[in-house]
Design a binder for this molecule. Structure first.
Ligand SMILES: NC(=O)c1ccc[n+]([C@@H]2O[C@H](COP(=O)([O-])OP(=O)(O)OC[C@H]3O[C@@H](n4cnc5c(N)ncnc54)[C@H](O)[C@@H]3O)[C@@H](O)[C@H]2O)c1
Length: 354
């Protein structure tokens, strides 16, 4: 079944993630069969194909992106995710939003803020007929994320919070979206090939087989602007969230450390994750795992984002309001309520097929 109307989406932040998403829309636009859509979890979801998603508005603050067509802005410095597809002019000009805390102490050195006057986000969302807003601001941009969430509410759109700022998992925000009759999902998108998921899966497997894990760590090094911002503003919170998440994979206490560590500019948008696992098994014999996972950060968010955008539209069409648990649990690291992986998968499938 094909839906007639497009999914009209606005992007908040035209950084690496937005670049991979916009390129992905183009990359998969002519895919007709699931067998051709390598790298996608779902070619068709709830009747929607990726080509049904249309970007109708975009906001940033970087002088190199403001006033540019989105197809050009996605490749502007400091974006450094690779080129994945030829994107023709899209007819969407990047607007200047309010800066607030969008640029941190470290990213200030690589991003020049445009001196153009900031525009009304609510007005642009309404004029562009946007129905879904995707928040892709830097992880330390708490006030800015809240501002865009506020504007989304008044413009009557659904809100997808891919950032670690607590919005969907904050009761007050959830209540406000519920009252406004709008869907809200978040927080902090799960990657397609996620270091934390891989770490937890390994620990679960070992523990299930009777191995006693004594110590483990997971440390990341990246070269995107987001890694630089993390180093400056969100290293501690990310370490707490990830460590708690990894600890929850073991039915006993072990020494666990998990979290982003450093920024290495020449890695570009690559992220290297290092895992160390130490334990004992039969007759107290020691075992050890030393692993490295290498991914490109932004494309790692693409497949999950495409699912979330289509699912949010389905929720909006069904007039569902407030946090949509089935989407939050499936696609976000910090949903309002954590559920086991298999439960989240089932909840999402049941939601799509209901
Ligand atoms: N695999 C992934 O990339 C992944 C996975 C999970 C979560 N996320 C989250 O997605 C978000 C985006 O990641 P990214 O790698 O694209 O970051 P990025 O730093 O490349 O992009 C952020 C963009 O926001 C813009 N910006 C800053 N302040 C602004 C403001 N006030 N208004 C409008 N625009 C503003 C910046 O100029 C930049 O273009 C981060 O919060 C990250 O934690 C990403």
């Amino acid at each position: 079944m094909q839906h007639l109307s497009k999914i009209k989406m606005a992007l908040i932040g035209v950084g690496n993630c937005a670049s991979a998403l916009v390129q992905g829309l183009r990359y998969y636009s002519n895919c007709k069969r699931a067998e051709e859509s390598v790298g996608l979890r779902h070619l068709i979801l709830g009747g929607f194909h990726p080509k049904d998603i249309e970007v109708v508005a975009a906001f940033d603050v970087n002088v190199r992106k403001i006033g540019k067509d989105l197809s050009e802005a996605i490749f502007a410095h400091p974006n450094n995710t690779p080129k994945l597809a030829d994107v023709p002019p899209l007819g969407v000009t990047v607007h200047k939003g309010p800066v607030l805390d969008g640029i941190g102490e470290y990213t200030r050195h690589i991003i020049e803020v445009s001196n153009k006057p900031e525009e009304s986000v609510e007005k642009i969302l309404k004029e562009s007929d946007a129905e879904i807003v995707v928040n892709l601001l830097p992880s330390g941009a708490t006030k800015a994320s809240q501002h865009y969430a506020e504007q989304t509410l008044t413009a009557g759109c659904a809100f997808i919070n891919a950032t670690p700022t607590f919005i969907a998992s904050n009761e007050s925000w959830a209540g406000r979206f519920e009252k406004a009759g709008l869907p809200l999902v978040g927080d902090d998108l799960i990657d397609q090939v996620g270091a934390t998921t891989l770490h937890k899966t390994l620990l679960q497997l070992l523990s299930m087989n009777g191995v006693r894990i004594t110590q483990t760590y997971q440390l990341d090094v990246g070269g995107g602007a987001e890694s630089l911002d993390t180093l400056d503003r969100t290293k501690d919170i990310k370490r707490t969230v990830k460590t708690e998440s990894v600890e929850s994979a073991l039915p006993y206490k072990a020494e666990v450390v998990a979290g982003s560590t450093d920024y290495v500019d020449f890695l570009q948008n690559r992220r290297d994750s290092y895992f160390w696992i130490k334990g004992i098994h039969f007759c107290n014999v020691p075992m050890q795992i030393d692993l490295k996972l290498s991914t490109i950060d932004a494309p790692n968010a693409g497949s999950v984002l495409l699912d979330v955008i289509r699912a949010a539209r389905i929720a909006k069409d069904r007039k569902q309001k407030g946090t949509i648990q089935q989407i939050c649990a499936y696609a976000f690291k910090h949903p309002p309520k954590q559920v086991p992986l298999e439960t989240a998968e089932k909840m999402f499938t049941d939601f799509i097929n209901q």
